[in-house]
Design a protein around this ligand. Structure first.
Ligand code: PMP
Length: 425
């Protein structure tokens, strides 16, 4: 840890939340250098939906490397890329009646978002883009302009141009229809909001606090985009790849976005990002948008294996089942500890526990880490504990993690009681 402190920039972050040196990981478990075990309810911020070192992936990668398979290929044709494209079409897109071209972007989520914004602006010949309060789309300049939380922004970056932020579903409570509000802004030439090339949205705002857009709201948003000739960009980077119980989080809404950004769990832990774009929007000139690391063949090999999970409905059903169990247990905790005024929300296996009392969410994640459970906070002021276990987690490990969580809240309760009677904690 001294090496990290001495040589790694101040910008380092998760090492501060989880101050230990990790050595090994398997499935939903991690071990540090001292051999202490941790249950992972964070899964690389939604990158390890299929668990750490998924055996399907490890085996295929070893085979690929031993056979001197291509590792880096720019965007040349490779066997691994063709396998990936075919499996994506056959297993994911065609069964859902989704007809998209695939664009390989740089390997991170923010690269996909940058590309989506650039493409939308180029196709529509309009520079404005609309995003939502509490949205998070990455931290490079274009993506940062559509990211809500001011912690990440600074006037001096000068990036917040051609971007308007409007209220997400539920921002003013359940009674205000924020699509009506948006429609009025877009239709009124005097509102100050220029007609955008695109609207970018997460169906569940993950970093923003696990805010779930209703199916109806998504449908209305999609209809508004069509009505006003605006492209709809779904950012599926954190909540795609099965996180909400279906491969795409927007499936239940039955909408057909113009552009979909996918990354994180797509490569099973290896860097990979793609855009799914409607045919008619694929208006790039050859080579007009490139990048050295668009052809991560190891990630293609991993991703192709992981599509196996989507051959039948079994995996999806298991995610829904585990998600319900997780939610029910968390709701039980909110009742067990009424004094903390906590509440639960989410969809599938992304759940958030809102902790309105100052410092409570971080007190929980700190106490949990000490007891061997990895959890992070999210939300506009870090007031939400986020639950993102791998989708492949066993019920046993899920329950073990939940037991640690309960113990952590109990400890906070005891410490608070002691503090009230003046005892040292
Ligand atoms: N969009 C969403 C919805 C995300 O959750 C994230 C990452 N948390 C990003 C974009 C950016 O991805 P990356 O960190 O890989 O650039």
């Amino acid at each position: 840890m001294r090496t990290i402190e001495r040589y790694e920039s101040q910008v380092r972050s998760y090492v501060r939340s989880f101050p230990t040196v990790f050595e090994r990981a398997k499935g939903a478990l991690l071990w540090d250098r001292e051999g202490k075990e941790y249950i992972d309810f964070f899964a690389g911020a939604g990158t390890l939906n299929y668990g750490h070192n998924n055996p399907k992936v490890s085996e295929a990668l070893i085979k690929h490397i031993q056979a001197d398979g291509i590792v880096h290929g720019l965007d040349k044709a490779t066997v691994a890329k063709i396998d990936f494209l075919e499996r994506l079409q056959q297993t994911i897109l065609q069964p859902r009646n989704l007809d998209y071209m695939v664009q390989f972007t740089g390997p991170t989520g923010t690269n996909a978002v940058e590309t989506a914004l650039k493409l939308a602006r180029m196709v529509k010949r309009r520079s404005n883009v609309v995003s939502f309060t509490n949205g998070y789309h990455g931290l490079t300049m274009g993506a940062l302009a559509v990211t809500g939380n001011d912690f990440y922004r600074d006037e001096s970056y000068g990036v917040r141009v051609n971007a308007d932020s409007v209220p997400f579903d539920g921002y003013f409570g359940a009674d205000v229809n924020t699509i009506d509000y948006l429609r009025k802004l877009l239709q009124d030439g005097s509102s100050g909001v220029d007609l955008p090339a695109a609207i970018i949205v997460e169906s569940v705002q993950a970093e923003g606090g696990v805010n779930v857009a209703s199916v109806k709201w998504l449908q209305e948003l999609s209809a508004l985009c069509q009505e006003m000739d605006i492209l709809l960009i779904m950012d599926e980077i954190q909540v795609g790849n099965g996180r909400t119980g279906t491969f795409f989080s927007f499936e239940e809404a039955g909408i057909y976005p113009d552009i979909v950004c996918l990354s994180k769990s797509l490569g099973g832990g290896l860097p990979l990002a793609i855009l799914l774009i409607r045919h008619e929007l694929d208006q790039w000139q050859p080579g007009e948008h490139t990048g050295t690391f668009r052809g991560n063949n190891l990630a293609f090999v991993a991703a192709t294996q992981l599509f196996d999970y989507w051959e039948t409905d079994d995996f999806s059903r298991a995610v829904v089942h585990k998600g319900k169990h997780l939610r029910k247990t968390l709701e039980g905790f909110t009742k067990d500890f009424p004094e903390f005024e906590m509440s639960v929300r989410g969809k599938g296996m992304i759940l958030g526990m809102e902790c309105p009392q100052k410092g409570m969410a971080s007190a929980i994640t700190t106490a949990a880490f000490e007891r061997g459970l990895i959890l992070e906070t999210c939300g506009n002021v870090g007031q939400v504990v986020k639950f993102l276990p791998s989708l492949t987690i066993t019920e046993e490990n899920l329950n073990k993690g939940l037991a640690i969580l309960k113990e952590s809240i109990e400890t906070i309760q005891e410490n608070r009681a002691k503090a009230l009677i003046g005892e040292e904690v």
